[in-house]
Design a protein around this ligand. Structure first.
Ligand code: PNS
Length: 159
C-alpha cells in the first residue's frame, strides 16, 4: 500500500523542527508531499518559490516531494492522493488553532485524517517567526536551521 501524507505550512523558512517532523513521518508513511501555502495571511519574508527551493535543499530524500499550493488544503491533499495531513504540536498554545483546523479539514474532506506529531524535545521552542526575528537582528541561528537557510537569511537581511 502506498500511503501518502501531506505536510502543509508556510515554511517561512523551513526550520530543523520541520525537518524533524518530516523524518518522523517517514516512519509511518511511504511518501510525503510538503505543501507550501502560497497565500499565507501574513506577509512572508521568502517568496513561495524561495521557500520551496529551500525545502528541497534541506530535505534530500526521494520519498519527499515539495509543491506549492493555493486554495484549500484538503483539495491539495486529494489532488496528490494523500490520506493523511501531518501537523506539529509544540505547546498548548498551538492546540486551539490546530484543533479547529483539523475539524474544519475533516468537515471539508472526511476521508483525510490529521495526525499531530510532537517534535524532538530540544526543538519544541522553535518557530519560523522566532528564527526570522533572531536572524533579522544578527543572532546565531545555526543550531535552528539548515546551513542553506542560514545563508538565505543572511542574504535577505544584508539588503
Ligand atoms: O505553517 P502555518 O502557517 O501554520 O500553516 C497554515 C496552513 C498553510 C497549513 C493553513 O493556513 C492552510 O491549510 N491554508 C490553506 C487554506 C485552507 O485550507 N484553509 C482552511 C483550513 S481550516
Amino acid at each position: 500500500m502506498n500511503r501518502i501524507a501531506v505536510y502543509p505550512g508556510s515554511f517561512d523558512p523551513i526550520t530543523k523542527g520541520h525537518e524533524d517532523l518530516i523524518h518522523r513521518s517517514l516512519g509511518f508513511v511511504d511518501r510525503i508531499v510538503v505543501g507550501v501555502a502560497v497565500n499565507v495571511a501574513k506577509q512572508p519574508l521568502f517568496s513561495f518559490e524561495e521557500r520551496v527551493a529551500l525545502i528541497r535543499e534541506c530535505v534530500a530524500d526521494k520519498r519527499v516531494e515539495v509543491q506549492s499550493f493555493d486554495g484549500l488544503l484538503v483539495d491539495f491533499a486529494k489532488r496528490v492522493g494523500a490520506t493523511v495531513i501531518i501537523r506539529g504540536l509544540r505547546a498548548v498554545s498551538d492546540f486551539e488553532y490546530e484543533f479547529q483546523m483539523a475539524l474544519m479539514n475533516r468537515n471539508l474532506g472526511p476521508q483525510i485524517e490529521t495526525i499531530f506529531l510532537v517534535p524532538a524535545f530540544d526543538l519544541t521552542y522553535l518557530s519560523s517567526s522566532l528564527v526570522r526575528e533572531v536572524a533579522r537582528f544578527g543572532g546565531d541561528v545555526s543550531a535552528l536551521v539548515h546551513p542553506a537557510v542560514q545563508q538565505a537569511l543572511k542574504r535577505k537581511f544584508a539588503k
